[in-house]
Design a protein around this ligand. Structure first.
Ligand code: PLP
Length: 222
């Protein structure tokens, strides 16, 4: 049951990460019906993340009060549907997207909070800045009007080598700490999904995005 899983995970996260930071749980709600999402919210979920603009819009007005995050790949021409409605965009994975969000946010007179996405596993299939260029990308995006960079997001590659995966999280933590040292807005390292969240928290993540663990396996055929 969704409620039991939410409570179990929240209890598990209550200890924080080894650095003494609170770990924020974002429920990844793609393909979930509004009833399941509301059951999760009623059980203690405060933040939910969407992957698709269409689903985000379909759920508008249906969900109990909750912070909305955008965690998926975002097409530049769809930014206009989200501006002013998202508490944190996790997927600033290219400059033209950040520029569009900056322009639209300025025009709407809002400040948008964002994370810079890093392709930490150097995977063809994933978006994000290369690790080597991520810090300068962060600095460039930080200067864009009406954007506030709050940290970084990354997805780990599929691998059975836990030592390798842990080293990637620690590399991300180095990047995060470097930005945090010069910028008080930097607060979140968003790393960790159902298969790897424990490893991510153990190595310095402070925000995780869980779908399957909370809701069970996704049903894409509807
Ligand atoms: C689906 C998704 C998640 C959650 O994945 P699970 O493995 O189901 O926990 C996290 N982050 C992003 C960006 C996702 O698309």
């Amino acid at each position: 049951m969704v409620a039991e899983q939410v409570k179990r995970v929240l209890e598990e996260l209550a200890a924080g990460n080894p650095l003494g930071e609170k770990v924020t749980l974002v429920a990844a709600i793609k393909t979930q019906p509004a009833e399941a999402i509301n059951a999760a919210i009623d059980a203690g979920i405060t933040d939910v993340g969407d992957n698709h603009v269409q689903e985000f819009r379909a759920n508008e007005g249906l969900l109990h009060p909750v912070k909305r995050h955008f965690i998926g790949h975002l097409q530049t021409n769809k930014v206009k549907y989200l501006v002013g409605k998202i508490s944190l965009y996790h997927s600033m994975d290219r400059m033209d997207l950040a520029a569009e969000l900056s322009k639209r946010s300025l025009r709407a007179n809002v400040v948008s909070d964002v994370l810079v996405q890093v392709n930490i596993g150097c995977e063809e299939s994933k978006g994000g800045f290369d690790y080597a260029e991520a810090f300068s990308a962060y600095r460039t995006i930080r200067e864009m009007p009406a954007l506030r960079v709050q940290g970084f997001m990354a997805m780990l590659p599929i691998s059975k080598d836990e030592g390798y995966l842990a080293s990637l999280v620690r590399e991300m933590r180095v990047l995060f700490d470097r930005a945090k040292a010069e910028d008080e807005n930097v607060e979140y390292l968003s790393m960790g999904m159902s298969g790897d969240y424990k490893l991510c928290i153990a190595n310095g993540s402070n925000m995780i995005r869980l779908g399957t663990t909370l809701f069970g396996a996704r049903n894409y055929v509807k």
